[in-house]
Design a protein around this ligand. Sequence first.
Ligand SMILES: [Zn+2]
Length: 277
Amino acid sequence: MPQATSDTGLQSSPDDAQPRACPACGSSGYQRLAEYSPDHWEMAECTDCGFVFLRNPPGYEALKEEFAWETTYRAKKASSKGSTPFSPVARKIRNALRMSRNKSRSYRRWFGDGHVLDIGCGAGHRVRAPMTPYGIELSTGLHKIADERMRARGGYCVHGPGAEAIWEFPEETFDGILMYSYLEHETEVGKVLAGAHRALKPGGGVFVRVPNYASLNRRVVGPKWCGFRYPDHVNYFTLQSLTAVAAKAGFTTRLVNRISLHIDDNVSVLLRKKPTS
Ligand SMILES: [Zn+2]
């Protein structure tokens, strides 16, 4: 099996990287996945719960600038070209499903026309009118753009890591929270989900979309799978592991991409607060 190669094209250094325990169950037992560990980045599988994660992620400070999402995304797009053998069929099915579902319409159906927080909001275009947009963004450049855009529509964007910034909002503020291509970047999974639970109104929901580690494509193309991005993807979820971490934070999980899940490179779910007994 070919070895994965680092795709950032940057002179990365794990100087501030601290080995971490399994973000799903807290266990420190792990097995190194050599074929998925390029350069000095160490991918691990938890020996207790099977969760796959980057053991030595860079600190938040490095992610603000050097490993900012917009930088590593461009590099990965170039290095993954031609690594999707199922693309002609899978892409057609996925596109058909995608076209049939207008994302913004889904958000409004789930969250009404209320206040919606987008964690890892990038440039802040995802929450459309008449919903009121709020955001959290770690990248310095993108935060500035998003904040201007959101303030013009009655909301605002906080600059910082999601797991810390989420606690700055008052309790029960949001009708909906988006974690769109965000949770795979977050080293503090339990903390951000707990914060989302607190910041969500009763009856509100959290939409989560992350790369699907259980996808057929990952199992076939291995290290060249489009979901691997070093070092900024630090968690590799399956539907089962996502459901488990969400349950710990007090959420029930409903699968959104039920029909396409096994051939989809992403898994999408809607979390609701568990009823309190
Ligand atoms: Zn574990």
